[in-house]
Design a binder for this molecule. Structure first.
Ligand code: PMT
Length: 406
């Protein structure tokens, strides 16, 4: 279903353009043909020669090239592919896509295409967070453009934050999933349902350079989001800071603190399914100072205040409450008993209890041993990989939505 598919890869001008070479390799390994349009700015970072060598095809650069137009015009170029991918997608090209500006071959092809479009944004964190970029992304998403990433990390400019282009393997996986899904009959049980999943730790600022956190890696929450998306749910993953790549086919909202996480979940509503797998900090520092706390001989006193409880909040919405709200309970003793108390206190429908004592390796590890507690009682699951916990939980969710009494 993937073999023989054709991708038109548009490479815009950002330092992440060097990753497009690896992306081409990853796609060719999957037997997907790649044809490139290289913008003028993109050609400052990668050469047409290396792209031509890797794609074994001509590289298109010029809107007004007589030879290009006679061989393959921009309309044909944009329609010949099965999928158009912009990677890296700079702030500039995203703004042009939103506005419908067609002032070079890449933007003209994007305006002329009738094929699905994926973009992998790459830019400085402040450019990404700018209201203009966020607005452009929101409009493009509404129009059906799919966004892959960006991810958090060190940037070429020396800053740290959200804006790094997703890794080539993540982008290739999203493209592969697109082709696999497009070739499938619509038999997925969660098509038409929307899910919100929280994952990872939260970082609560002590001052501008220090924070309170915990050992959550995000593996469990990310695996659940992936499994729900694979079953056809439109899935929003609200993730605290992790080292994991964004799962393909999932909309990822990156957040830092519990307050940010609550706001992102609220913005993603309404939803049918909510799974709160994040290890949210119960407390934050009251009014963290804007300047770094100085070490001056006396110990600073940190005044803690309680964070909002996201799970309780989403469980207790009066109007349009999600049909199924699932929490996790991380315990180190009397796991099931404490989890049952949490289920009652927070008002969620099910709670997935796990032992997070250090010797279990649950935090950060690849396996999990869980107990699923619902109105039906307690199910003890064997030790499974976190991916399998995600899939098994998704099957249970599908069964519940088909027969809500379960
Ligand atoms: O990320 P991994 O390394 O893969 O590890 C997975 C995990 C151990 C983090 C995961 O399986 C897990 O147990 N997540 C819940 C961790 C947690 O914070 O549990 P809790 O018992 O403190 O909280 C109970 C529930 O309330 C959880 O669903 C939590 O997301 C939610 N909560 C807690 C506090 C808060 N302020 N808001 C919340 O939504």
């Amino acid at each position: 279903m993937v073999s023989g598919k054709r991708v038109l890869l548009i490479i815009a001008g950002g330092i992440a353009a060097f990753k497009s070479l690896e992306l081409i390799r990853n796609l060719r390994r999957r037997d997907i043909a790649v044809r490139c349009i290289l913008t003028q700015a993109g050609s400052q970072f990668v050469t047409p020669l290396s792209l031509a060598a890797l794609t074994e095809d001509k590289v298109y650069q010029d809107l007004f090239s007589l030879t290009d137009e006679s061989e393959m015009g921009h309309i044909e170029l944009s329609r010949d592919a099965d999928l158009v991918v912009v990677a890296p997608a700079t702030a500039n090209i995203l703004a042009k896509m939103r506005a419908g500006i067609a002032d070079d071959l890449a933007t003209t092809a994007l305006l002329a295409t009738d094929k699905p479009v994926y973009v992998a944004p790459a830019m400085n964190v402040r450019m990404w967070e700018h209201a203009a970029s966020q607005d452009n992304i929101a409009v493009l998403q509404e129009r059906g453009v799919k966004i892959i990433g960006p991810e958090e990390g060190d940037m070429a400019c020396g800053e740290y934050g959200l804006g790094r282009m997703s890794e080539p393997e993540t982008i290739a996986e999203a493209i592969e999933n697109f082709f696999l899904e497009a070739g499938q009959p619509n038999t997925k049980s969660l098509i038409g349902k929307k899910a919100i999943v929280t994952s990872g730790p939260t970082h609560e600022a002590i001052d501008p350079v220090r924070y309170l956190a915990n050992h959550s890696s995000g593996r469990q929450g990310h695996a659940i989001a992936k499994a729900l998306a694979a079953e056809g749910a439109e899935t929003v993953l609200v993730s605290g800071p992790t080292q994991l790549p964004d799962p393909g086919g999932v909309t990822v909202k990156h957040v830092q603190s519990a307050e940010d996480m609550l706001a992102a979940c609220q913005a993603a509503l309404p939803a049918d399914i909510v799974v709160c797998a994040a290890a949210v900090a119960d407390w934050r520092i009251d009014n963290p100072p804007l300047e770094k706390i100085k070490k001056n001989g006396s110990l600073p006193s940190l005044n803690l205040v309680e964070n909002p409880d996201i799970l309780a909040h989403l469980s207790q919405i009066d109007k349009n409450r999600p049909e199924l709200v699932i929490g996790f309970a991380a315990e180190t003793e009397d796991v099931v008993t404490y989890a049952q108390a949490k289920l009652a206190k927070k008002g969620c429908d099910w709670i997935v209890a796990n032992d997070v004592s250090p010797e279990t390796g649950t935090f950060g590890g690849t396996n999990n041993t869980v107990h699923v507690i619902s109105g039906d009682g307690v199910e003890d699951w064997p030790t499974l990989s976190k991916e399998d916990v995600g899939r098994k939980l998704t099957t249970r969710i599908v069964n519940f939505l088909e027969t809500p009494s379960k």
